[in-house]
Design a protein around this ligand. Structure first.
Ligand SMILES: [Zn+2]
Length: 396
């Protein structure tokens, strides 16, 4: 192993201290030393530097366990800002977010059947507007995009809906805006968001976040770090085959993928085809008027057809999750995305089917819940890129 240089050690220690500070509202120097196992002198030096950088401040006095009461420190959450982008199916959203995960400004643009160049143009338009904001300093951009992403090179390898193939998105944006850019798959960004600011906060360091909307994907955190797999595609459960025989063809070319039976699109398609032969339903007579919104309304009103379609989708989702739980034995699963609008009954269908298909003890210990960030998991997760790269906070 290469020996770390003095500079690298210094940076590593500083990042450790900063991470500890970001995880606490307030904390004393002594407690930072305890939790990082750095010496008190090292912690004091780093803390002085961080105060000088304007990143943290002294914030009152803590309670004493004998001896002098300690001074508490806290991160100045509005001392730096990040930009997060969510390139979803029907709408691109961008937001300026502070270091505490609070959204300060947003820009949304509708997206309809775009080609690759137009999609990139919309990304520029959102970022141009956010970069024009008075909110300063903006230290980095995080992008959550559908598709397969090489996070280390910032290249979108393949995003079918956006018509992007081998697009060097990070370099393009860095050249245009002159700040660091990171690109993540949208489900992995959602996982970062829930882990950092939402349902995974204060929980175990292992977490699976399933993003269920037009497509289905999962982000997996192991020991607090995003696990991306060898090719960046870890958690691509949308294309696991759950209908082995007679399944519908998927946009990936295969048959019977999870997305063909459990995604928002699959639910809409199924409801449309069943509604054609059913008179007793609250769903609109005109098939084209059967949208996800219409199904959510009918489902909440107890419509049998909507209930049948949604719960069947939930059961397939549970089946796919059982294989993830069987492999990873992670106890905490969080669901995000549009389909969470179907709430507890959908969640229970997932849970029941997962339990049936998993070793009893494993399923018993697994907790499935709905995310806490509503529509903002991807935006916030993309902006949480500082959690993997603190150095961008220091290039002011
Ligand atoms: Zn597929």
């Amino acid at each position: 192993m290469k020996k770390a240089t003095q500079q690298q050690i210094k940076e590593h220690n500083r990042n450790l201290v900063l991470k500890t500070l970001l995880e606490h509202d307030t904390i004393s120097r002594a407690d930072i030393a305890r939790s990082t196992r750095l010496t008190r002198t090292t912690v004091s030096d780093i803390v002085n530097d961080l105060i000088e950088e304007g990143l943290i401040e002294e914030r009152g006095i803590g309670s004493s366990s004998g001896g002098k009461s300690p001074i508490l420190l806290g991160v100045m959450e509005d001392s730096r800002y990040l930009i997060g982008l969510d390139l979803a199916q029907n709408q691109f959203s961008g937001a300026i977010v502070n270091l505490g995960g609070e959204i300060r400004e947003t820009v949304n643009l509708p997206v309809n059947d775009v080609d690759g160049q137009t999609a990139l143009g919309l990304v520029y338009e959102i970022l141009d507007r956010l970069m024009d904001s008075e909110i300063r300093p903006l230290v980095g951009i995080g992008v959550g995009t559908p598709g397969l992403v090489n996070t280390s090179s910032g290249v979108v390898v393949n995003a079918v809906n956006l018509d992007w193939k081998d697009l060097p998105l990070a370099s393009l944006l860095e050249a245009r805006y002159r700040i660091p850019v990171r690109v993540l798959n949208d489900s992995q960004a959602a996982a970062m968001g829930e882990y950092t600011y939402g349902a995974g906060r204060d929980q175990d360091t292992n977490l699976i976040v399933v993003n269920a909307r037009h497509g289905i994907g999962a982000g997996v955190l192991i020991d607090g770090r995003l696990f991306q797999g060898d090719g960046g595609g870890a958690g691509e459960i949308g294309h696991v085959v759950v209908v082995p025989e007679g399944g519908i063809q998927c946009r990936c070319g295969n048959y019977g993928c999870l997305e063909t039976v459990a995604s928002a699109q699959a639910i809409v398609n199924r409801a449309r085809s069943l509604a054609a032969d059913t008179t007793e339903t609250l769903l609109p007579k005109d098939q084209r008027a059967i949208s996800l919104d219409a199904i959510v309304d009918a489902f909440s009103a107890g419509d049998p057809l909507a209930t049948q379609v949604v719960l069947a989708a939930g059961r397939y989702m549970g089946l796919a999750l059982s294989s993830l739980v069987g492999i990873l034995n992670i106890h905490n699963i969080v669901l995000t995305g549009e389909l969470t609008r179907f709430g507890v009954p959908w969640l229970e269908a997932i849970q029941a089917s997962m339990s049936r298909s998993t070793l009893f003890g494993l399923a018993e210990a697994t907790r499935v819940s709905i995310g806490e960030l509503h529509g903002n998991a991807i935006l916030l997760g993309a902006s949480a890129l500082i959690w993997t790269n603190y150095s961008m906070l220091f290039n002011q």
